[in-house]
Design a protein around this ligand. Structure first.
Ligand code: T3D
Length: 276
């Protein structure tokens, strides 16, 4: 994947400075690319990410987005050398950056209509950990770790961490992760259910590429509807969710892909999905 990203940069397909993007075979790869700062987030990185996500959503050939990091980290969270924004009272306002950049990003990723993979190639720290948790599927290299580092610098977890963590790992474990700010190694992340699969570092990029390919050739409409059902289930009771499932199944069942899926099964061949 690193080579592919480098190829995109060489071919001049992007004018970004804090991220690198490449679109190939239905997969848009977005790499956070400030490796000398462990890909820490800046306002520029946020602006570029917004653009890249817009492009990936608008591009009909893209069916899967992979978010990863260049170099040895996924990301070390907010760049702590970047000045905080100033509030209307003229004082530093640590919430302002969240409202302007992080909150819209997390909502955007959470509601993204295509499959999103966070490929944790290394340290995944602070706000970046919670941005990764907004993605659909987290894959990790064995050497990666995740750290809700906020309390170490006397801050509160943000970018949705206080919302997503208790829902994934349970209230007590989430609280411990946030209060201790411990670095949690990849294998333990998998045991906790935060990460779906862990791969050896040597094969990580190939394994991520294989997952991305699988989603890029899969039934895109069904994926979108599955994501919609999973998203709203947080707030729904069973009766509401059952009614929703019936509606979504109506849409999925009427799709070209559903016809192809059943035909392929009957003909004992692999399905060829067009995403419609
Ligand atoms: O303030 C607000 O706007 C509120 C919003 C907050 C959101 C947040 O994300 S808060 C959490 C911010 N992140 C952190 O607290 C993590 C800070 N970094 C670290 O604790 C460590 O770097 C790591 C544990 C992630 C990795 O340690 P290590 O030993 O592998 O690497 P390193 O040597 O510490 O880092 C390499 C370089 O990256 C180093 O630069 P240098 O000394 O070689 O010139 C380091 O300063 C730089 N770096 C790492 N993290 C950040 C960073 N530079 C700016 N911001 C960072 N977050």
């Amino acid at each position: 994947m690193q080579e592919q990203v480098a190829t995109a940069v060489r071919s001049g397909s992007t004018a970004f400075t804090a991220i690198r993007t490449e679109t190939r075979d239905g997969v848009a790869t977005i790499a956070l690319a400030r490796p000398e700062r462990l890909n820490a987030f800046t306002a520029v990185m946020h602006a570029e990410l917004r653009q890249a996500l817009d492009a990936a959503e608008a591009d009909e050939t893209v069916r899967c987005v992979v978010l990863t990091g260049e170099g040895r980290a996924f990301s070390a969270g907010q760049d702590l050398t970047e000045e905080r924004l100033v509030g209307p009272d003229g004082k530093m306002d640590a919430g302002a950056r969240l409202e302007r950049d992080y909150n819209p990003l997390v909502e955007r990723i959470y509601a993204f209509p295509k499959v999103t993979i966070a490929a944790l190639n290394g340290p995944t720290v602070g706000a970046s950990a919670n941005i990764a948790l907004a993605c659909d599927i987290l894959l990790a290299a064995r050497s990666a770790y995740l750290q809700e580092a906020f309390a170490r610098i006397a801050l509160v977890p943000d970018a949705g961490g206080t919302w997503s963590l208790p829902r994934i790992v349970g209230a007590k474990r989430a609280l411990a992760l946030m209060l201790t700010a411990d670095q949690i190694p990849a294998d333990e992340l998998q045991r906790m259910g935060l990460v779906y699969k862990v791969f050896d570092d040597a094969t990580f990029r190939d394994e991520v590429a294989a997952y991305a390919r699988r989603f890029a050739t899969g039934p895109a409409l069904a994926y979108r509807l599955i994501k919609e059902a999973a998203r709203v289930s947080e707030a729904n009771d069973l009766k509401t969710q059952l009614a929703l499932e019936a509606n979504l199944q109506r849409k999925a069942g009427a799709s070209e892909d559903a016809r192809e899926g059943v035909t392929a099964f009957r003909e004992k061949r692999a399905p060829r999905y067009n995403g419609k």
